[in-house]
Design a protein around this ligand. Structure first.
Ligand code: ATP
Length: 239
């Protein structure tokens, strides 16, 4: 089958269930994942990208198990983390983008040419020799997006990619996203970033508590967040 298939996913970390019984078949071009802090969103993103193997159930993309088949994962799925500093490892922009392509088996010269082509596509050809540490947070996030897209993934998983960015930078990055052909699975706390999305998954306490089109899920999600926002549950410490 095509698309992301999550079948009864369970993940336990440090003896605690973090995801339980999560099942969904995602074929829509734009899928959002919402939920409170600690609800398991990042863990689910990592499961989809094959970075975490579930303790129970199966996660597949286009029929392949991303955690077991890292070669298929490199060709199929890319992930963009919340903090680009956790993702960027090379001193220059060109090296950063070319790296993933050499990982996929391209020769260095071909990888460099493809990296330059990706920079040109975003009108950022002049960034090639720039030092990655000199980029702003928004520029770093765009670099991560270009590095992932250069690998031509079928699915791009994004874990709160716009947090910490100012509004114009966020809007620019969202516009870039509009133009990409890959299926996007995006985690966010901000329902405003999910305009135009096709489907929303809502996680609470590691379980999927709602799954449907934005019109059906987001108004309930926002009402619930406002209600919980009125309570003082920050006083409790996890046991
Ligand atoms: N490596 C780990 N070891 C132990 N517990 C973990 C680990 N990673 C995450 N957890 C716990 O799993 C739960 C879910 O974490 P996760 O990061 O998936 O949630 P989240 O919904 O993405 O949260 P946030 O919105 O705050 O980023 C949390 O209670 C967290 O403390």
């Amino acid at each position: 089958m095509t698309g992301v298939e999550l079948r009864d996913i369970g993940v336990t970390l440090a003896g605690r269930p973090v995801l339980q019984g999560v099942s969904a078949r995602l074929e829509e071009p734009r899928v959002g994942i919402v939920g409170r802090n600690g609800s398991g969103k990042t863990t689910l993103a990592r499961v989809i990208a094959g970075l975490v193997a579930p303790d129970a159930g199966q996660a597949r993309i286009d029929g392949a198990d991303m955690a077991a088949d890292r070669r298929a994962a490199l060709a199929t799925v890319g992930i963009i983390f919340q903090n680009p500093d956790h993702q960027i490892i090379f001193p220059t922009v060109l090296e950063e983008i070319a790296f993933g392509l050499t990982q996929q088996g391209q020769r260095p010269r071909a990888a460099e040419a493809a990296a330059r082509a990706m920079l040109d596509r975003f009108g950022k050809g002049h960034w090639a020799p720039a030092a990655t540490h000199s980029l702003s947070q928004g520029q770093k996030q765009l670099l991560c997006l270009m590095a992932v897209l250069a690998m031509r993934p079928r699915v791009v998983v994004m874990d709160e990619p716009f947090s910490g960015l100012d509004i114009p930078t966020r809007l620019q990055l969202m516009r870039y996203l509009d133009g990409i052909a890959a299926q996007v699975v995006m985690i966010t706390h901000d329902p405003g970033q999910l305009r135009g999305f096709d489907r929303i998954l809502w996680l609470e306490g590691g379980r999927l508590i709602a799954d449907g089109p934005p019109d059906a899920v987001l108004p309930r999600f926002e009402a619930q967040m406002r209600e919980w926002g009125g309570l003082d549950d920050l006083a409790h410490l996890a046991g």
